[in-house]
Design a protein around this ligand. Structure first.
Ligand SMILES: [Mg+2]
Length: 390
């Protein structure tokens, strides 16, 4: 149900799986990505290799001793970054509330999808399915009421699985785990806890606060006790992508009909303009994103010769992009973004006849329905002059 809206999505043996996409001969074999020299270190190991005790951060020489058949592949870093970006694109198609932890791991708060899926577990399955079908990569997902339980749940789900921890069973799940599994417990803290006789998270939860605070100090002591008791109020904090600014909305009821979508785009253009203005930026590229009820997603972009940041420019560009999309199904999500960002207020080309253009722009905004046949303005030709509203 929806008492557990936090997903922790973590790809399995990400670098190895990325190499397997390039070389299917590596599938099903003990493979590690890492340094191949004498002093090399393992960065990622397949589950077949892990069965022999191969681990990341292990010297390659040790790994080869543990697993004689181990195939060690040197890392192809550029490719992992590219794949990672595509993985995060999939995440953001589900929710804008994505907090990345590393190249292949993120928290997603999916509470906004409750009208579109019957449970958060269904969202988890859809995310896994999209990553598998579009990128060919396995991912494990933990589903829980809080970030740290979701993270422990995805660990328990590995490899290539999912684990939902219902809120009323989370203490049972949590307390059986080793205290080492708690987020933020490093070797020094672990030694301190072991001196107190703590082995499992359940042991820690039962200690009196004074004992824990006396050993760990008040800040860390109380924090760990809270976690051990299943208390974690930390919200998913979406990443700020400085390379683009966008406005996105998933609608409670799908948008049907072109006019409804255009009206929604008008609101988006205004909000995007506000956000650009607050950041002091203008965009060279504008991207429209539509997701339909069946979760297929379409994006269209245009890059103009000049930067844009006013609501009217953004709206007309968005309408131009919308015309390139076949909108034959109800729309669930609508997004409008600006990238290729530059500081606003840079000197801009002042075209001849700009005033005439602006009159047409005003008209378009005033009457959404009037656009048919009336405005053949090409997005790339929209050259902004000094606008009274920005
Ligand atoms: Mg991973």
């Amino acid at each position: 149900m929806w008492a557990e809206p936090i997903l922790h999505v973590d790809l399995d043996a990400f670098f190895v799986e990325a190499e397997r996409l390039q070389d299917p001969g590596l599938v099903g074999k003990p493979v590690a990505v890492g340094g191949t020299s004498n002093r090399g270190v393992i960065a990622s190991a397949s589950y077949e290799a892990r069965a022999h005790g191969v681990r990341s951060a292990q010297p390659t020489a040790t790994a080869l001793r543990l697993c004689r058949d181990l195939i060690v592949v040197p890392p192809s870093h550029g490719r992992y970054g590219e794949l990672s970006a595509r993985v995060f694109e999939v995440f953001r198609e589900f929710t804008p509330s994505v907090e990345g932890l590393s190249v292949d791991e993120a928290f997603l708060d999916v509470s906004g999808l409750r009208r579109h899926f019957s449970t958060s577990t269904e969202v988890a399955l859809a995310v896994r399915g999209q990553i598998r079908s579009r990128l060919g990569l396995p991912a494990s997902v933990g589903i829980a009421s809080s970030k740290f339980i979701a993270k422990l749940a995805s660990e328990a789900a590995k490899p290539d699985g999912y684990r939902h921890i219902p809120k009323d069973t989370e203490l049972e799940f949590l307390h059986a785990l080793s205290v080492e599994a708690l987020w933020g417990v490093g070797p020094a803290t672990l030694a301190g806890l072991q001196r107190l006789g703590v082995e499992t998270i359940g042991d820690l939860a039962e200690l009196p606060e004074a004992a824990v605070v006396g050993s760990m100090g008040p800040t860390q002591g109380r924090h760990l006790l809270d976690l051990a008791r299943g208390i974690d109020h930390r919200a998913v904090t979406p990443d700020i992508d400085a390379k683009s600014i966008s406005v996105e909305e998933t609608y409670d009821s799908d948008l049907e009909g072109i006019e409804v979508i255009e009206t929604a785009l008008l609101a988006h253009a205004q909000r995007l303009a506000d956000r650009l203005h607050r950041s002091g930026l203008a965009a060279r590229t504008v991207t429209l994103k539509l997701r339909f009820g069946d979760f297929t997603t379409v994006t269209r972009s245009v890059t103009s010769g000049t930067v844009v940041d006013g609501p009217r420019d953004l709206y007309l560009i968005a309408i131009g992009l919308l015309e390139q999309v076949e909108v034959d199904r109800p729309v669930r999500l609508l997004g409008l973004g600006g990238s290729g960002l530059e500081p606003a207020g840079e000197p801009r080309q002042m075209p001849i006849g700009a005033e005439g253009n602006w009159a047409r722009v005003d008209e378009a905004v005033a009457g959404v329905r009037d656009r048919f046949g009336e405005h053949s303005v090409e997005p790339a030709r929209l050259i902004r002059g000094p606008a009274p509203d920005d």
